[in-house]
Design a protein around this ligand. Sequence first.
Ligand SMILES: Cc1cc2nc3c(=O)[nH]c(=O)nc-3n(C[C@H](O)[C@H](O)[C@H](O)COP(=O)(O)O)c2cc1C
Length: 413
Amino acid sequence: MQSKRILLIIGGGIAAYKALLLIRLLAKRGHKVRAVLTPAASQFVTALSVGSLTGDKVYQDLFSLTDEAEMGHIELSRDADLVVVAPATSDLIAKMAHGLANDLASTLLLATDKRVLLAPAMNVRMWHHPATQRNLAQLKSDGVAFVGPEKGDMACGEYGLGRLAEPESILARIEKLFAGDTSIPLPGRRDGALSGRHVLVTSGPTREPIDPVRYIANRSSGKQGHAIAAAAAAAGATVTLVSGPVALADPPGVSVRHVETAREMAAAVEQALPADVFIAAAAVADWRAASEQPEKIKKDASAAGALTLVENPDILAGVSRHASKRPALVVGFAAETNDVIAHAQAKLARKGCDLIVANDVSAAGGAMGGDSNTVHLVSAGGVVDWPTMSKDKVAAKLVAAITSLLARAERSA
Ligand SMILES: Cc1cc2nc3c(=O)[nH]c(=O)nc-3n(C[C@H](O)[C@H](O)[C@H](O)COP(=O)(O)O)c2cc1C
């Protein structure tokens, strides 16, 4: 697993000592932990113990001038791959639910643009109190994720729900997240028509190696797929974009996996499931060289005819017919040079998807690499022709169409 940066906020609960074990586990796995202690937490564990384990400064004070000079509180909240609160006290949960920011921990939690995972720990009555339950419901609908609490004997002598999840379980949840579990949305993106939805998009070409210097590819620029990912994120979705090699920046607010080959793309898509919607906009190479030559093939007559091709995995058909994780809506793209609609209708049936976005790539202005696109929406219900538009407009219109198709698909499921 790649090393990640985790901002660990330690709340003032009796279970704070377990945060020390969590830091050890994370460090053993190669992750870099930066810790924040609330004033109450420092009554339970010392900054010295925490800092010795993280090997870093421990942040405690919102108004520390040196902190602001070295690393301001906004930067601290953003310079991480994930924010973890363990133990998350009833007090921190309440502050988060109400958007309070009157100390370093709560200010960081309000300022972060990263996913947030809470590991609550408190007395069983505090946990079941209607105020805490209201706050938890609010945070869940805000997209905050939780691990635990667990049931068991409590330090206060009572029994029930409220024990901090074991550090090993917290670590497992964190690593699941980094392995592609996108069920925790990014904060601040939950007010659109697709909020709470996971949209998985593929984009760009794939590159299939022949030898160390040559590959099979195509003219796809990724502009349309990237525009769709950005439009879905703007509509409030949690978006995973699996991108082949393109000369485009990653769209903001989108979690991007960069791949080269069709097989890598298939694996990344499988890893990113489950999703509510899958949009296969990538131009995946149908074939690859049967074997990649370890050395550059020489320019001689015998090599010229020696390239044997084998078929790549069919990602769209694979997702459409997925045994356990078929998204409610599966959308394919068909780039055709002739008989566009007939080919798209055949593709719709062959792949088992719900919608094909078809375009004529032989058209003047060329959809491949260009900034505009002329598409036809082909589904079991018929064909809808859209006029030529910029790829951004096609993306926005497609996301709007998908939103209503998804609602219809779920109603009839
Ligand atoms: C001995 C002791 C143990 C406590 N344990 C917890 C606990 O497990 N969970 C919790 O939510 N609050 C617990 N509290 C109460 C918090 O420390 C208190 O609400 C504090 O304001 C939390 O501050 P913080 O949320 O900024 O860390 C405990 C208090 C004491 C004195």
